[in-house]
Design a binder for this molecule. Structure first.
Ligand code: ADP
Ligand code: MG
Length: 527
């Protein structure tokens, strides 16, 4: 006992700042080595740039530059420029210098969500090369461009501003440039970065994206001039609540009010799709007086209320207004632009939900063209328009693709088939914090399978038609082989010129093939 007391007296208790936590555990956020860290840095910057444009209806114009400063020491400079909404100068220090600070803590589909990404990149750069982040930004119609250089005070989780310049903005430029110098291995990361940019161009065909690096230049010009309808900010769905969420919503809703708000008003005004009638029927079912003041609920009652809200099956389904899927037309455009297939089928499913979170699944199947021939379908996964390049084996889409018997759809491997799966949600059910694989939530799995099968049926029709065309062509070739011989025989019998018979026979075969094609055309249009 004495020994324990003595040891305990030597222990020092202290808190850990979020910045310090991530500094110590950077692998969690994907910064495990110079290859992965470079890839992750580019990803975080590009995703912020895309959010800063398309969430506001701006056609994105994104320029990524990678410069290798010192190949021996693996020092790389990354610069990403966008034409987005910019960042108000008062927010710049916190946005880049304070872990868990951002504008995306709302119920709305976006690429970012934790308010962490870019700070990880800043921390990593600072830690490996000692250099600050450089930010140049202007909001629309702003008269000044702000240029900052800053670092993160890790123990305080606070920004440290090293430089702040104002530049005249006579041209009214708006957007953001972020520049970081970090330890990164370009030759190791190149393949993944190129793949990432390509796939980003596929899922955002309304964006112009360029990559400049010492050895690769990519230029994806936008293929469409329409940004998908930006998502609206939604409210939580009653199916997705827990006691903490209830507590914080109650605190926010009650603050500054003179009359204590009632339970029914609280439900109607704070949750998605809850009208007065729905709220009253729920409260009756749950055994609560609709008029009771929310302040009088005990912790036990809150716990019970949250549980019953999750269980009740009379809620309306979450709406999809806080989501922003591409739509099947844009998805097809993106796929055509990048994979150049001979055939593409795409579909955007109706909104669905799991655990109170709305989601939409979009799928495209691409066949032939530049799709590589392989023993398995090539799978391209996306979540909220982010390409997922790692952990494919653990992803629910892989499971669904492997489960399908592709023979049913006339696909015989090896084949040039690509399956593109995109899930949009206000909360993507990722497996783990790496945000690379999607968990097998039954509702999500069902939607993915339904969408793939729907596209696969279109593919089967295409392949069937192609097969028939091919067999017709083969028939033509086979019959044509006999033309000369038959013409010669006829000319011997009749004494007429062989050439005349040859021409006649060829005409006959051509009109026979044409008749077959027309007949099939008629049948097809009847369908
Ligand atoms: P997250 O993207 O998850 O919110 P980040 O740390 O990556 O977290 O970014 C923090 C915040 O910084 C964002 O929420 C956004 O408000 C702002 N931000 C970052 N990059 C840009 C940019 N290029 N343009 C406009 N705002 C940006
Ligand atoms: Mg981000």
């Amino acid at each position: 006992m004495v020994l324990i007391d003595e040891l305990l007296s030597k222990e020092r208790f202290e808190g850990l700042s979020p910045a310090e936590f991530f500094y110590r555990n950077r692998e969690i956020a994907g910064f495990s080595n110079p290859v992965r860290a470079l890839y992750q840095t580019i990803r975080e910057l590009v995703e912020n740039s895309l959010d800063a444009t398309e969430l506001y209806g701006i056609l994105p114009e994104i320029k990524v530059t990678v410069d290798v400063i010192s190949p021996e020491k693996n020092i790389v400079k990354v610069r990403v420029e966008d034409n987005g909404v910019g960042i108000p100068s008062s927010e710049v220090p916190n946005v880049f210098g304070r872990v868990f600070y951002g504008s995306k803590y709302v119920i709305r589909q976006s690429r970012g969500l934790f308010g962490l990404g870019v700070k990880m990149a800043v921390l990593y750069a600072q830690m490996t090369t000692g250099s600050p982040v450089r930010v140049v930004t202007a909001t629309p119609r702003s008269r000044r461009i702000h240029e900052f250089e800053l670092m993160i005070d890790i123990t305080k989780n606070r920004p440290r501003i090293l430089k702040h310049n104002l530049i005249d903005n006579s041209k009214r430029w708006h957007g953001t440039i972020v520049e970081l110098t970090l330890e990164g291995n370009w030759s190791g990361a190149r393949r993944k970065v190129v793949e990432y940019i390509k796939r980003t161009a596929l899922i955002a065909p309304y964006a112009t994206i360029t990559l400049k690096s010492p050895d690769v230049e990519l230029h994806f010009k936008r293929l469409a001039y329409k940004v998908p309808e930006p998502p609206e900010i939604g409210r939580p769905h009653p199916r997705g609540v827990d006691i903490e969420l209830l507590k914080s919503l109650i605190a926010k809703y009650s603050s500054g009010r003179e009359d204590p708000p009632t339970l029914v008003d609280f439900l109607v005004e704070n949750f998605e799709g809850v009208g007065r009638i729905t709220a009253e029927s729920f409260l009756k079912w749950a055994g609560y007086d609709p008029e009771m003041p929310i302040g009088s609920l005990t912790i036990e009652a809150l716990d019970d209320l949250a549980r019953k809200m999750r269980e009740y099956d009379g809620w309306r389904r979450p709406r999809a207004h806080s989501l922003s899927p591409l739509g099947s037309e844009l998805l097809s455009k993106g796929v055509q632009g990048i994979l150049r297939p001979e055939f593409v089928a795409s579909i955007t499913r109706k909104p669905s939900s799991y655990g109170g979170h709305p989601f939409v699944v979009e799928v495209a199947l691409a066949w032939g063209g530049e799709v590589p021939v392989s023993d398995h379908p090539l799978l391209l996964r996306f979540a909220n328009k982010i390409p997922l390049l790692y952990d494919e084996g653990a992803d629910v889409s892989r499971k669904v693709v492997d489960k399908i018997d592709w023979n049913t759809y006339k696909v015989k491997f090896p084949a040039p088939l690509a399956v593109i799966v995109h899930i949009c949600s206000t909360k993507i059910p990722f497996k783990g914090v790496g945000k690379e694989a999607i968990a097998d939530v039954p509702e999500v799995e069902r939607e993915i399978e339904g969408a793939i099968r729907e596209c696969a049926r279109k593919l089967r029709r295409y392949l069937t038609q192609k097969e028939k065309e091919l067999s017709l062509k083969l028939k033509y070739v086979t019959i044509s082989k006999y033309v000369d011989e038959v013409a010669r025989a006829l000319s011997i019998i009749t004494g007429d010129r062989q050439e005349v018979y040859r021409r006649r026979l060829e005409e006959m075969i051509r009109s026979y093939i044409l008749m077959k094609e027309v007949r099939r055309g008629v049948r097809k249009s009847k369908r």
